[in-house]
Every structure is written in C-alpha cells, then in structure tokens.
Ligand binder design. Structure first.
Ligand code: HEC
Length: 152
C-alpha cells in the first residue's frame, strides 16, 4: 500500500478542520442595533468623520503641534462636539451600553485636550508619552463599541 492516499486523507482532514474553525471565527457576536435607514446613514457618516478627526490629530502631532491636536479633538470629538453631531438624537436609538461607550469616547477626547494642553506648556518626553496614552484612550472607545455592536 502506498503512503500517498493516507497522506492525502490527512491533508484533506486538516483542511476540513481549518475550514470549520474559520466558520467559527466568522460567526458575528456583535449585537445588531436597528436604526431607521436615514439615522444609520447619518451615524456612518459621523463614523467616517471620526476617522478623519483621528487622522487630523495624528497629522498635527506628527508636526509637533500639540495645541492644534487639542483643538481638533475638542471641536470634532470632545464633549462639546456632541451637539454638533446630533449626539442626543442618535443616542435615542442606542442601547444603554452603546450610549455609555459613546459618552466614554467624548470624555476621552476632552481628557486628551487637557493632557495635550499640559504637554504644550511642558513639552518633555514624559508629556509626549502621556499625550499618546490619552490618544489611545480615544481609540480604546472606538474599538470597544466596534467589538460590541453593528448596524447591519
Ligand atoms: C458608540 C459606538 C461607537 C463608537 C464609540 C465608535 N463607533 Fe465607529 N461604528 C460603530 C458602529 C455600530 C459601526 C457600524 C459597524 C457595522 O455595522 O458593521 C461603526 C462604523 C464605523 C466606520 C465605518 C463607516 C462606514 O461608512 O461604513 C468607521 C470608519 C468608524 N466606525 C470609525 C470610528 C472611529 C475612528 C471611532 C473612534 C474615534 C469610532 N468609530 C467610534 C459604532 C461606534
């Protein structure tokens, strides 16, 4: 008996196992949040502008302009930006947990503003680290919500 059919069977079985584990990973554990189509379109456009805001913050930081980074954060992501985005209108369609993460995002952005402004006053290595740590708290909120909820 040649070893070939045996090897082929083993390879075939491993591929089946791989395919099965791939399927398991594809299962989407995020909670579906139903919104009226227009609200959903609005929410997704805010999301794309959030990504642009992050990009603008990274851009200003890369040029060493911490003050400008703070400005972008406050105007576009901070607590005061919530009315600009129609935050309370959107919030009525969100489950409590999602609302809480949304608030966490805006609070993190406002905290970033304070840390960045302090870094502008005392620009040393430590301040730079703290600025990036505060920025990561913003992206932590993006990730927390994306891991838990979906709109479609
Ligand atoms: C409170 C919840 C929440 C927070 C906070 C949040 N997102 Fe989202 N975001 C969502 C949901 C829900 C979707 C839709 C995902 C889906 O249906 O697959 C989404 C989609 C997106 C999309 C895709 C938009 C499109 O047109 O398809 C981008 C880009 C995005 N988010 C960026 C961000 C960034 C950057 C942040 C942080 C600065 C962020 N989001 C924070 C909930 C959130």
């Amino acid at each position: 008996m040649s070893i070939k059919p045996f090897t082929t069977a083993i390879v075939g079985l491993s591929m089946l196992a791989l395919a099965a584990s791939g399927k398991a990973q594809e299962r989407d554990a995020r909670q579906l949040v139903k919104m009226p189509p227009m609200v959903q379109t609005h929410m997704l456009s805010i999301m794309r502008s959030h990504l642009k805001s992050l990009n603008a913050i990274l851009d200003t930081l890369s040029r060493g302009d911490v003050d400008a980074a703070a400005d972008v954060a406050e105007r576009q992501l901070g607590l005061s930006s919530m009315s600009l985005h129609g935050g309370s209108h959107l919030a009525q369609f969100m489950p409590e947990g999602m609302k809480a993460i949304g608030l966490q995002l805006h609070k993190a952005a406002s905290r970033f503003v304070i840390v960045a402004k302090n870094a502008e006053l005392a620009p040393d290595r430590q301040a730079l680290h703290e600025t990036y740590a505060a920025l990561k708290e913003i992206t932590d909120a993006c990730i927390a919500c994306h891991d838990a909820y979906r709109l479609r």
